[in-house]
Design a protein around this ligand. Structure first.
Ligand code: NAD
Length: 465
């Protein structure tokens, strides 16, 4: 299997440096190989996106294309789920869920293609018609991570296309096969040439080249905070729209009146499934001192129900870390608290709970992106919220309680873009606004109707008699 670029409706061999994708469960399994795109291919991808006649098509025509794409993914669901499991180590059940999400996203935005894109604004001048019109921004560069290798590219591409923009996707260099399957299904669905382009490669290679030359009109990024902030600066210098969804250190607060069985089951799932490699994974628990001992016992019982298993096994919940260097980084940060590594070929790390951590410690502050849960105690809800808010991140949060007054206090004071009560921190419905506060985001929202803000410009029109 060879990695290709998908430019102007054609899969063509990439011409840059070698690119190799390995199965993190079994690193001697080469998933796909080939080469990265080149700066010249980046320029051609942007030119194809700039020249495609897409914005001038009617909404119903665009809707038809997105529905067709959803259908083509539907025909290859199992193959695409297996590809996600193999290439990024996602447990097969969750990988199937990701493909289902791709279909739901495309269908949702197919509907968006025929919804209103403006408002009538009463004019000062009698008899005038004044309205605001939302227009496409132009070619959008999408730079995406490996952990949702199909859903994140599509939750950016689908709204971009629905509102009349064209796209150049630069997927993670760790998930080129998944991106290639997206290109193949777009091709099979007859997405018009140049509307959706894929340029494979590393960020420093082709990613940076996509921001040069003035053709890109917007950049939507998901990934680490470090890269996101660097791209935000580059986009600001070019004065183009930028959206960044970045890291998290997501918290679950457990109040003294919580249903501890419910809390333990949902926290363990949120923290350890897919080896804690979701941006919304739970990585901290702040529990009321009155119940923390009982909660930790129940969390241990839940962890025992989550064995390390091959990702293609239906019972698998955890899976490996994405690369050897990710595992080394996490083990290094954990020092003496790191678990014993299993005798498995892949980059597995057993789920680990760290008790009595100082809220200011590195392990309680930095995003590890691993199955590691920091558990801390607080005297009451006020102190729990204060500890919860004491990180630079603000992506998602959960509170377990039966008291509606406590829930309302937490909802208003917690610094997170996505907030749950008696639910885990991970996931969000594919049609609901998604994004973080503080250092987790550049403060726009993806998914649902909220995506129209990023993918359109407002034009104010006045027509006089
Ligand atoms: P990453 O920042 O290393 O890479 C993300 C993308 O940026 C990749 O496509 C990469 O090639 C590209 N990139 C890297 N350097 C670049 C450069 N100089 N110029 C242009 N592009 C460049 O992140 P990752 O390891 O792939 O993903 C994990 C991170 O993503 C975690 O921090 C996680 O929290 C975050 N994430 C956030 C969300 C969210 O919605 N908030 C969702 C998923 C993942």
């Amino acid at each position: 299997m060879r990695v290709n670029a998908y430019l102007a409706g054609q899969l063509e061999p990439a011409e840059g440096n070698a690119l190799l994708s390995l199965n993190p469960s079994q690193p001697d399994d080469v998933v796909i190989e080939g080469a990265t795109g080149t700066p010249d291919q980046a320029t051609r991808a942007l030119a194809a996106a700039a020249n495609a006649t897409w914005a001038s098509r009617s909404g119903p025509e665009r809707a038809e294309v997105l529905y067709r794409w959803a259908g083509k993914i539907g025909e290859r669901t199992e193959e695409m789920a297996q590809a996600i499991a193999r290439e990024v180590g996602k447990p097969i059940g969750e990988a199937r869920g990701e493909v289902g999400r791709c279909i739901a996203i495309l269908r949702y935005y197919a509907g968006e293609c025929v919804r209103e894109v403006g408002n009538v604004v009463p004019a000062l001048t009698a008899g005038s018609l004044q309205y605001s019109l939302r227009q496409p921004v132009g070619p959008c560069v999408l730079i995406t991570p490996w952990n949702f290798p199909m859903a994140i590219p599509l939750w950016k591409a689908a709204p971009a296309l629905a509102y009349g923009n064209t796209v150049v996707l630069k997927p993670s260099e760790l998930s080129p096969y998944c991106a290639q399957l997206l290109a193949e299904t777009a091709h099979a669905a007859e997405v018009p040439a140049g509307v959706f382009n894929v340029l494979q490669g590393t960020g420093a290679g082709v990613g940076a080249a996509l921001l040069e030359g003035g053709l890109a009109k917007a950049v939507s990024f998901t990934g680490s905070q470090k890269v996101g902030m660097m791209l935000a600066e580059a986009a600001a210098r070019a004065n183009i729209k930028f959206q960044g969804e970045m890291g998290g250190k997501n918290v679950a607060i457990v109040a003294h009146d919580a249903d501890l069985d419910q809390a333990a089951a949902l926290i363990a799932g949120g923290a350890f499934r897919f080896a804690g490699q979701k941006c919304t994974a739970t990585s901290r628990v702040v529990a009321d001192r009155r119940v923390i001992a009982e909660l930790t016992i129940k969390l241990r019982e839940q962890i025992a129900k989550l064995p390390l298993a091959p990702v293609t096994d239906a019972a698998c919940a955890i899976g490996p870390l994405i690369t050897a260097s990710s595992r080394e980084r996490v083990v290094g940060k954990m020092g003496g608290l790191a678990p014993v590594l299993p005798e498995l070929p892949g980059y597995f790390l057993p789920p680990t709970m760290l008790e009595d951590l100082d809220p200011e410690s590195v392990l309680a502050q930095e995003e590890l992106f691993a199955p590691v849960l920091a558990v801390m105690a607080a005297d009451n809800l006020d102190q729990s919220i204060e500890i919860a808010n004491r990180t630079p991140f603000g992506l998602s949060a959960a509170l377990f309680t039966k008291n509606i007054g406590q829930a309302l206090t937490y909802i208003s004071r917690i610094e997170a873009g996505m907030v749950r009560v008696n639910g885990d921190t991970t996931g969000v419905d594919p049609h609901a606004p998604f994004g973080g506060m503080k250092g987790s985001s550049t403060h726009s929202r993806e998914q649902g109707r909220a995506a129209i803000e990023f993918y359109t410009d407002i034009k104010t029109v006045q027509i006089n008699p």
